[in-house]
Design a protein around this ligand. Structure first.
Ligand SMILES: Nc1ncnc2c1ncn2[C@@H]1O[C@H](COP(=O)(O)OP(=O)(O)OP(=O)(O)O)[C@@H](O)[C@H]1O
Ligand SMILES: [Mg+2]
Length: 314
């Protein structure tokens, strides 16, 4: 099974509005509540690809119980650490007249030292059953800055590959612990290297490839730079690969990166080759862009897009 870690889970509320007019009273046309947080998006996509997932993180209060009920899927097993703080909510107001969205992200309540310690023992209990660990997103206040590197080391001691998708100081901490796979987007790559990434020029691309090779030299087996609609570049033991999705008309690209990570987690847990895994990751992330919902895709889109993805070895 795939073990996912989402320390900053939330109830994601999508409000569909005919039009948004600030400073007026507006009626919401449709409300869709889902279990949110980047690792939960990974979990949902991996389960839709047919892989069993154990979901770990913090949940608390009535919101926490509600979040767990929203995750009901035969392939998803919640194994959350229950905390006293109420699970946060995040609201995305979607203007149907122009497709623009405005997000309100609650910061979330801090967790205590005891709860942080309890998560570690829960993690140790679940680890032996995992084929792959996937750690995504931010963490609430109270979680030490070197927590992700500790989780990576604990998995590495058992020979379990860890996939990391986060940003800021937690990304730097995780990168230093040599995870199996790192998937920065352009902004996150700039945070890692301290230099801007611009893959629209030939020199910029060459520099991006050098940055990926530097990550490999630092002990990360698979370094993937995701480039939105342009696809992604993968540096791994088999070589350097440039992957491109077909041109589509996206509906909602939020969570495409999470879907890509899910594709990698599934391919790696099934023992697929890296180029094959990369194709799966590109196809499922493009399929996610066609769905209005985050961490979701229509299997028919995935099947159609899969053969249309191009992968070129450099
Ligand atoms: N418009 C699109 N058309 C096709 N594929 C897309 C599109 N946008 C994203 N993707 C696919 O999803 C992958 C990840 O997207 P992106 O680089 O935007 O990740 P991200 O910034 O980490 O996203 P998030 O953090 O919101 O999940 C891309 O490498 C690409 O394969
Ligand atoms: Mg991302």
């Amino acid at each position: 099974m795939i073990l996912t870690v989402t320390l900053n889970a939330s109830i994601d509320k999508l409000y569909l509005m005919d039009a948004i007019h600030p400073e007026t009273v507006m009626r919401v046309k449709e409300v869709h509540n889902t279990a949110g947080g980047k690792g939960l998006n990974v979990s949902k996509v991996a389960s839709l690809l047919g892989e069993p997932v154990t979901v770990m993180g913090f949940t608390g209060g009535c919101n926490g119980q509600y979040l767990e009920s929203l995750l009901a899927h035969p392939l998803i097993r919640p194994a959350f650490t229950h905390v006293s703080a109420e699970t946060r909510s995040c609201i995305n107001c979607w203007d149907l007249s122009n497709g623009r969205s405005t997000e309100y992200l609650e910061p979330g309540e801090p967790v205590t030292e005891e709860e942080v310690g309890r998560f570690l023992s829960d993690y140790e209990r679940e680890l032996p059953k995992a084929k792959v660990v996937s750690i995504s997103g931010s963490a609430p206040k109270g979680v030490p800055g070197d927590y992700y590197s500790g989780l990576i080391r604990r998995a590495a001691e058992r020979g379990i590959p860890v996939l990391i998708d986060t940003s800021g100081p937690r990304l730097l901490d995780a990168a230093g612990a040599k995870p199996f796979l790192l998937k920065p987007n352009e902004d996150e790559m700039a945070q890692l290297t301290g230099r801007e990434v611009n893959t629209r020029t030939a020199e910029g691309r060459a520099e991006a490839v050098r940055a990926l090779l530097d990550l490999r030299a630092g002990g990360i087996s698979c370094a993937v730079l995701s480039l939105g609609a342009e696809g992604a570049i993968l540096a791994c033991d088999e070589g350097i690969f440039v992957g491109k999705p077909p041109v589509i008309r996206p509906r909602n690209t939020v969570g495409c990166g999470d879907s890509m990570v899910a594709g990698f987690a599934v391919g790696i847990s099934r023992g697929f080759s890296m180029p094959e895994t990369f194709r799966m990751a590109l196809a499922v992330s493009a399929a996610n862009a066609l769905s209005l919902f985050t961490g979701d895709f229509d299997p028919r889109d995935y099947e159609r897009l899969y053969p249309e993805v191009t992968i070129e070895k450099q």
